[in-house]
Design a protein. Structure first.
Ligand SMILES: [Zn+2]
Length: 139
């Protein structure tokens, strides 16, 4: 039997790999150096599956991605796509100073081999281990 602690460790390791993978693809295809500082697993985040953020720390930006450990319990396409989606937000900001689901973000998503969609399909929710079939935005 796996405990909640084990599950979080697994999700953290998977998300770390997907984020790294997405950063490498975008660095290679855009020829820009991209930064990422911290992965946060949140048991409270349930309105969205993931969240990208940046804030000023001293004189530089500090980049974080939060992944919902309430929604993600195991490996899934949805986990990978959420990580890629959030990395595209951080890259969009770092390269174009844009934030949101605009043209440049869509272009970055295509470089990652994904359709630039904001909502995931109900089937993917089930796959993610989430019981609700409500559409929820990937933030
Ligand atoms: Zn988004």
């Amino acid at each position: 039997m796996s405990t909640p602690g084990d599950t979080r460790t697994v999700v953290r390791a998977l998300a770390t790999n997907y984020i790294q993978e997405a950063l490498e693809i975008l660095q290679r295809t855009t020829k820009k150096r991209l930064r990422f500082d911290e992965l946060i697993l949140s048991g409270r985040l349930s309105s969205t599956m993931g969240l990208a953020n940046y804030r000023m720390v001293g004189n530089r930006y500090y980049y974080t991605i939060t992944i919902s450990s309430k929604i993600f319990k195991r490996d899934s396409i949805a986990l990978k796509e959420t990580c890629y989606h959030e990395v595209a937000h951080l890259a969009d900001w770092q390269i174009y100073r844009k934030w949101g689901h605009g043209d440049t973000w869509c272009r970055l998503m295509r470089k990652l081999g994904l359709e630039p969609k904001v909502y995931i399909e109900p089937e993917e929710y089930v796959e993610a281990g989430y019981i609700s079939v409500d559409e929820r935005p990937i933030s």
